[in-house]
Design a protein. Structure first.
Length: 176
């Protein structure tokens, strides 16, 4: 179903989620660490290794991948429902899965029963995905960058590029 028909949106943030991911015994020696009294091994996925975000997202995809009303990005779980009744049913299903796999949520970062949410610099709603209003003035006020800074400016413009109908004109003007 995803966003196209969503009248209710929710975003969950997995609380210290990486630690919910148990490491296979054969993986543990590869991320061992030394302490003054000897060597120790993680039994759960630590946050400070470079592959942790990829591994945790893959873990959440395995948990929720069969649900067409769920999208996962890193430790965020997005749920799209076409009405409040479905939304409550989806919540029940999600909570059962979270409990089964030992994933807890950060209540302060969870947004439930929303018609519109801000997420990763965009506003998601049943109507469309659009850039948040906050960064638009900053993009418009980017001075013509020096060559070294032009890639920073282009990166910001490209992030919102799909929603900027005259992106190439804007880029040409900014780099000149």
């Amino acid at each position: 179903m995803r966003l196209a028909k969503a009248m209710c949106i929710l975003i969950f943030d997995a609380n210290r989620g990486y630690y919910a991911r148990r490491l296979a015994r054969k993986s543990r020696p590869y991320i061992a660490f030394r302490l003054p009294w000897g060597k120790s091994k993680y039994t759960r996925l630590p946050m400070d290794i470079s592959t942790a975000p990829d591994e945790y997202q893959a873990y959440l995809v395995r948990i929720f991948g069969d649900m067409d009303f769920v999208a996962v990005y890193l430790n965020d779980i997005l749920v799209f429902s076409e009405n409040e009744e479905k939304h409550l049913e989806h919540l029940r299903i999600i909570f059962q899965r979270l409990e089964k796999f030992g994933v807890s949520l950060n209540g302060k970062k969870c947004r439930i029963l929303r018609k519109e949410v801000d997420y990763l610099g965009h506003t998601l709603s049943d109507e469309r995905i659009r850039p948040q209003a906050k960064p638009i003035p900053a993009i418009q006020q980017i001075a013509c960058p020096a060559i070294a800074r032009s890639s920073d400016a282009l990166g910001m413009i490209n992030y919102y590029g799909e929603m900027a109908p005259k992106k190439t004109t804007l880029c040409k003007h900014k780099i000149r």
